[in-house]
Design a protein around this ligand. Structure first.
Ligand code: NCD
Length: 322
């Protein structure tokens, strides 16, 4: 599968300018972002805890694929930091008249936008945009094709950290359509950098990634085996939009072999947490009672999305605002 394109995400002084992938970020850099996100997570329900380090910064959200949580939480994160945030409705913009992503970006740069948050179905577009914007502009991925979703990887790591302490002690099972999942790739990069004890990929052979990807992970085609003793169970949706219509797995058959039910979850560690990036397809990859059950941290993942995106926006744009 195509690479996301290479781009140096850092400024000359080593600080983070873009965040298109977690690949290449060191454990220290990830830890620093998680520590800052945890700071924001603590203050999230206290409205008085607003700080405004991004006052005067203008952020554009540009999404070419559907999104609920990522778009809303990037918007809230920007606003809580004092930035002006504009959601560009691409289907209503001149993109619909054939304008290229780059021409749209140049127009927005002329309007003094300095952060572009982009969700894009086509691999490589984010790196291309990052290579063409002015030196003060940052590009953040809100999900790129099947390749990368770095803020999701960070919020997943933060959620594990909050429940389990050190990532290094954990056995983490990622279950489902890993082959087409940007969430799995970014979560793997975060967990791997933070030294997770064991990383397992669980799913039917057709949905497991190519052998050269996900170095160091164990692979399981039987859910029960993959769950045995796991501390963290991350369930993924079948990415129907990335399949040919006649190749989409049958939902009932999938649930019968790979759906996370309470009985199957009992194979994991009794304190295991259940994660899902959402959108969820109840009754396909996860049973409803598990999704809403005591081991589920799925809603906490959503809340952590705001805190993580605040930390990332502050890291890339804080200096520009100062
Ligand atoms: C995911 C995505 O878009 O990659 N959603 C999200 O951002 N939380 C997962 C998915 O669509 O399955």
């Amino acid at each position: 599968m195509a690479a996301s394109g290479t781009i140096d995400q850092r400024r000359a002084d080593g600080t983070l300018r873009h965040l298109i992938t977690l690949e290449g970020l060191g454990a220290d850099e990830i830890e620093a972002l998680l520590a800052r996100a945890q700071h924001y997570a603590r203050g999230l329900d206290q409205s008085a805890a607003r700080s405004e380090p991004l006052r005067g910064v203008t952020i554009a959200n540009l999404f070419t694929e559907p999104s609920t949580r990522t778009r809303v939480s990037f918007e809230l994160a920007g606003r809580r930091l004092g930035a002006d945030v504009v959601n560009i409705e691409l289907q209503l913009s001149s993109r619909a008249k054939g304008e290229s992503m780059l021409d749209t970006i140049y127009t927005l740069e002329a309007l003094h936008f300095v952060v572009f948050v982009i969700r894009e179905a086509e691999p490589g577009v984010l790196a291309q945009v990052a290579a063409h914007v002015g030196p003060k502009v940052s590009v953040l991925s809100a999900g790129e094709a099947h390749l990368s979703h770095p803020t999701q990887g960070l919020l997943d790591a933060l959620t594990v950290r909050q429940h389990k302490g050190s990532i290094a002690a954990q056995t983490i099972a990622i279950v489902g359509d890993i082959r087409h999942s940007r969430v799995a790739r970014s979560a793997y990069q975060a967990f791997h950098a933070l030294g997770a004890r064991a990383l397992r990929l669980v799913g039917p052979a057709a949905l497991l990634p190519a052998p050269h990807e996900f170095a160091g992970c164990e692979r399981f085609e039987t859910l029960e085996e993959g769950l045995e003793g796991a501390d963290v169970v991350m369930i993924l949706r079948i990415q129907k939009e990335r399949f040919a219509a006649n190749e989409i797995p049958d939902a009932q058959q999938y649930f019968a072999r790979y759906g996370l039910t309470a009985a199957r979850l009992s194979r994991a560690h009794p304190d295991a947490i259940v994660m899902h990036p959402q959108p969820m397809n109840r009754g396909i990859e996860i049973a409803s009672d598990v999704a809403d059950g005591p081991q589920s941290v799925i809603r906490q993942q959503v809340s952590n999305g705001v805190a993580v995106r605040m930390a990332v926006l502050e890291a890339v744009a804080g200096a520009a605002a100062a």
